[in-house]
Ligand binder design. Sequence first.
Ligand code: GAP
Length: 434
Amino acid sequence: MTDSIDKIVSLCKRRGFVYPGSEIYGGLANSWDYGPLGVELKNNIKQLWWKKFVHGRDDVVGIDAALIMNSKVWEASGHVATFSDPLVECVKCHSRFREDQLNGACEQCGGKVFTEAKQFNLMLKTFLGPAEGSENTVYFRPETAQAMFVDFKNVLDTSRKTIPFGIAQIGKAFRNEITPGNFIFRTREFEQMEIEYFIKKDTWQENFEHWRKEMLGWMEDVGIDLKHVHEIEIPAEDRAHYSKRTIDFEFDFPFGRKELYGLAYRTDFDLKNHENASGQNLKYREQGDNTSSGEEYWPHVIEPTWGVDRSLLAILCSAYDDTDSSRTVLKLSPKIAPYKAAVFPLMKNKPELVEAAKKVYTSLKKEFVVAWDDRGNVGKRYYSQDEIGTPYCITVDFQTLEDETVTIRDRDTTTQERIKISELDNFLRSKIRS
Ligand code: GAP
């Protein structure tokens, strides 16, 4: 675990995980682009999440909704009225800050006098169609969650799920944050992985506890160091407008302890409001067997929510290890590492070794994301793969030509063993199975 964000930012840029956005034009404040390795890591995180919480369960189904929704959604959800942060302005240099993040003096000019706080709505606006009137104003969604409520009836009718069940979604969200920063921690465009889990009201406590444990289990699966995770019970006055109970999972980032994920009991706030605003019946009717009452009610909701970018950052911070002065290692779980293995010919100038190694590489590539490296010496290649978290390095040497075996070197222990080429598939499969 690193205590320096600069080391992470530098590795990310150098090795193609994350670059400053629009860099050739001088960048765009706090926007970041995921490079070739970053997109692999991010996709693997999202796929693992989907596998665990959607494919791995019988009671959760997924959706992928439009990013821009009817503006009435955001009126009914309360976001138009209340999704805001207190904004203050330095009277000397006019820099703007979030009042609750001020440390006494203006970060730009040192001024100590600020305007009265105004509530600043965080939703990003745009216009749909060629006219820019208020009737065409729409918002980029500030959370993925609302689509799960708006699509609730459609999902219920088409999936035939019964309570309790959840709807999951992964996607972009946008917030016009007053003070973004700390690399990819707080940005104006980010991704969320969210589940709205619909339950009977009187079961909310046990379901809350269930999802609390699931979230901890996820962090363990994905390699977030639990020693640096803290559960914080959010007091009523600090909770979002819809929540009756919220836990934040905070993580010791190098720049301080900050929110990583949240778990909220949203009651029936959203379905009730959308029914009232849309005029559509969004109640659930108990049905089926002799024991059911056929009663109709708005299900209550437990919402576990995960930021994708914050996950990636917490994973990188947990995985970064430079305690051995001879190498920097990203100890990423094989389940999410960008490359599952790298394949090398022992020497580049021996065509028979290159040919045999290419055969291994091409065969593994059919199932796994693998890297090829024939530059420099094997030691340098190990160093290079360690730094990007590749868990296994496979070397084809002269013995390979005789007995169809290769060496496989473990990133974390640096130990090597010989293994038959025909066993490589199973070996890697067993390491990445969740
Ligand atoms: N639907 C509930 C909801 O959106 P939230 O706590 O506002 O709750 C959920 O956001 C998660 O999204 C956070 O725990 C965090 O991981 C991530 N997140 C929120 N704002 C973010 C931002 N500006 N940049 C990056 N990630 C953010």
